[in-house]
Ligand binder design. Structure first.
Ligand code: 4NP
Length: 154
């Protein structure tokens, strides 16, 4: 069983969307894995996903309605096989918390997306609906790469 934790800043926009995309796309591909998401910040702990996150997920057939934001915890590094940041700032914060023995579990989602993709999933929080569409597009690219990797390891 592979366990993957997706991490952004607030855990109300990017990482819940990626978690929902991963759950759905892995199930469609018949690859078994477990997913969760967390934020490096505390601002939105306990909150539901941003209404724009919920709307764009639903428009593409993904469901984030049960999501509640939580903060990344040091115990997550033992619990998850991979702890993947959405951008390089997330990854720096992840690595600052990560015990040295688990360092190889940390990385960026889009490292799995193929060479043509950007490195960062841009933060859509302060922008418009198009930013959320872009998150879904990049989420699918990263998740399909993860499916290929997990299927190969299985
Ligand atoms: P996320 O987006 O990291 O993709 O969940 C953000 C959500 C909230 C804030 C920043 C980014 N904020 O500053 O409150």
């Amino acid at each position: 069983m592979t366990r993957i934790l997706f991490v952004c800043l607030g855990n109300i926009c990017r990482s819940p969307l990626v978690e929902a995309v991963a759950r759905e796309e892995f199930a469609r591909a018949g690859v078994v894995a477990e997913f969760a998401s967390a934020g490096t910040g505390t601002y939105h702990v306990g909150h539901a996903a941003d209404p724009r996150t919920i709307a764009s997920a639903a428009a593409h057939g993904y469901d984030v309605s049960a999501h509640r934001a939580r903060q990344l915890d040091i115990a997550d590094f033992a619990r998850f096989d991979a702890v993947l940041g959405m951008d390089q700032a997330n990854l720096r914060n992840i690595q600052a918390l990560c015990p040295a023995r688990y360092a190889s579990r940390t990385g960026l989602l889009l490292a799995y997306a193929g060479v043509a993709a950007p490195i960062d999933v841009p933060d859509p929080y302060f922008g418009g609906a198009d930013g959320f569409e872009r998150v879904i597009e990049l989420a699918r690219a990263g998740v399909h790469g993860l499916i290929a990797r997990c299927a190969k390891d299985a």
